[in-house]
Design a binder for this molecule. Structure first.
Ligand code: PEP
Ligand code: MG
Length: 587
């Protein structure tokens, strides 16, 4: 069994199609001075050819997800990057080298920079750059590769990586699953698989040499595992898992129109976390009643230059209009820590998780914040819009951010630009400090949104992306439960609404517990999780949830709480968690 990153749930079992995407070998040649300009022209021509190929692909891509077309725009932007081109030209001139070799030198330099960043999203960007540069190198060399257009029977694609041309040209109806050696959740293969609903596992590392075309493979997109040439027993087990999962998804989607309320009438607004405008369609498909967290970082990470107020406004307006009549919570920029962006903060930090991030960075660079606030305010005219400040750790930060908000309103008024004056403002509760003084923070804002991903990290002092301490990242740790209960109680006593927008909010195993800990108005999650959480919510009473939470709070260790919640949920809802039971069976 090989483990990687699960990017789309479901199980695929079929024959492998091994796609050889091995690298072309680049050798350094010496170029005489008289031919240097010619070599630079050859580089520029190859880049232009790559751009034309991207344009062509984009046209053909119109039949698949819009989100995927954005990726192609990102690739085109990478091809237009001055640093990339100028660095390469400089190497050609300095080293008198051929363009292919100079390009690999530039790529190596960028790769080293990316390698020092511990962020899944930016790692995926490194893969994008690698893919784009190799496309140009292949154009320089005149390398022709096997086409996937000719696939005319069902296959599971196994490859090192998939280029945009691969994914666009191949006949989608024949692709039952995908496994790649590289890539992350936000790499283009991940996005492509999610857009098409194909079970996929990426980031498998050195894996292809263990598979031959024609081998039977199992892609377990639920657990992120791939099995090659399974024995009969495993096949039987995974077929059952596949059927269970398909049946489960079908029933959940059938109930998309049902309200999210407990058996005793407690309503919870189930909303979605998004990173791009294009996800709104998926949110609607899965029955989301609004956007509980729009992570605006993507707009900055995907662009070559910082987005202007107008660009932000136009993007926010589209999201708000597309979600009407439901609300959209737009979070101001949360760059820093695991989401570094050199364009904004280029001072290396020894301890970035405790450094200049979230609202701290915005307050240090008010122009950035003002553009965001004005963009959000202008968009608020088109539907219910809310502002959310990330990584708050003091009342002063909220007060200062609100001052900028007032200034933004003033400037818009002076310029006679309309906006919704009563726009609600919220603070994320994701540091222990914010949780402990939540009553004071609530005096300055209209609502709070609990970011459990970071809150757990900071309460437990466990880096959320460090695999060495992953076993210590325990959402059901008694300290986490206590702090959540405390936050709920303070917010309720002040009559202010609470939303949960960390991963925990989208985990059906946690739904009962969270509702039992206190008054939850909104749960915001990855869109595919909405039906799963709603399904559990509709099968419980608030009274039962409170009893469950009370018992959980009486326990002393994460292990005890995990065991208790797991057994309670599995016993109460065996058919909802039997996909996990099926997984246990094979161990
Ligand atoms: C969180 O920390 O829980 C959260 C929702 O924010 P992010 O994951 O973007 O840090
Ligand atoms: Mg966070």
């Amino acid at each position: 069994m090989y483990s990687g990153i699960a990017v789309y749930s479901g199980v695929a079992i079929w024959q492998a199609y091994l796609l050889d995407r091995s690298r072309v070998c680049v050798i350094k040649h010496s170029i005489p001075e008289s031919e240097i300009e010619g070599e630079i022209k050859r580089l520029r021509d190859a880049i232009e050819k790559s751009k034309a190929q991207m344009r062509d692909l984009k046209q053909r891509a119109s039949s698949i997800a819009d989100k995927y077309a954005i990726i192609l725009d990102t690739y085109t932007l990478l091809l237009e990057d001055d640093i990339l081109i100028n660095e390469t030209i400089e190497t050609i001139r300095r080293e008198h080298s051929n363009a292919e070799w100079a390009l690999t030198v530039t790529l190596e330099k960028f790769t080293n920079l990316f390698n020092n960043i511990n962020d899944d999203y930016l790692k995926a960007k490194k893969d994008d750059l690698d893919l784009v540069v190799h496309g140009v190198i292949k154009n320089l060399i005149g390398h022709h590769q096997e086409s996937l257009e000719d696939i005319d029977e069902p296959v599971i694609i196994i490859t090192h990586e998939l280029s945009p041309s691969d994914t666009i040209l191949m006949s989608k109806s024949y692709i039952l699953g995908m496994a790649t050696e590289v890539g992350g959740k936000t790499s283009h293969v991940g996005i492509f698989a999610s857009a098409l609903g194909i079970p996929a596992v990426v980031g498998l590392g050195d894996f292809n040499r263990f598979v031959n075309s024609g081998d039977t493979v199992i892609i377990d997109g639920i657990q992120g595992e791939v099995i090659v040439q399974p024995d009969k027993e495993r096949l039987r087990h995974y077929r059952k898992k596949q059927q269970n999962y398909q049946r489960y998804e079908k029933t959940l989607l059938k109930d998309i129109g049902l309200t999210a309320e407990t058996l005793d009438g407690e309503m919870v607004q189930l909303m979605a976390n998004i990173e791009t405008l294009h996800e709104v369609k998926t949110v609607r498909k899965y029955g989301g009643k609004g956007i509980g967290l729009y992570r605006t970082e993507f707009l900055y990470l995907a662009a070559n230059t910082l987005p202007t107020e107008d660009e932000l406004y136009s993007n926010f307006k589209k999201v708000v209009q597309a979600m009407e009549p439901y609300p959209v919570v737009i979070r101001t920029l949360d760059i820093g820590a695991d989401k570094q962006l050199r364009k904004i903060n280029d001072t290396p930090e020894d301890n970035p998780a405790l450094g200049l991030r979230g609202i701290r960075l915005s307050l240090a660079q008010p122009d950035l914040l003002m553009n965001q606030l004005k963009g959000i305010l202008r968009a608020s005219l088109y539907g219910k819009t809310k502002i959310l400040y990330p990584m708050v750790s003091s009342v002063e930060e909220v007060v200062e951010a609100n001052k900028y908000l007032e200034q933004a309103k003033e400037e818009l008024k002076n310029a006679q630009i309309p906006f919704h004056d009563d726009i609600p403002v919220g603070a994320m509760i994701e540091t222990p400090a914010a949780a402990l003084i939540v009553d004071r923070i609530l005096e300055e804002v209209d609502y709070i949104s609990i970011g459990t991903n970071d809150l757990i990290q900071y309460v437990l002092a466990v880096d959320r992306i460090n695999e060495n301490v992953a076993h210590l990242y325990q959402p059901f740790h008694p300290a986490v439960l206590r702090i959540l209960k405390d936050v709920f109680a303070k917010a309720e006593s002040m009559g202010k609404p609470v939303s949960i927008c960390g991963e925990l909010g989208g985990d059906p195993m946690a739904t009962f517990l969270l509702l039992g800990l206190g008054k939850v108005h909104e749960l915001s999650m990855e869109p595919h999780s909405i039906p799963k959480v709603k399904n559990i919510l509709r099968k419980m009473t608030l009274k039962e949830a409170r009893a469950l939470a009370d018992h959980a709070l009486s326990l002393s260790t994460s292990e005890e709480v995990n065991r208790f919640i797991n057994s309670e949920m599995r016993n109460r809802f065996p058919s909802d968690f039997d996909r996990d039971l099926a997984f246990d069976e094979k161990k």
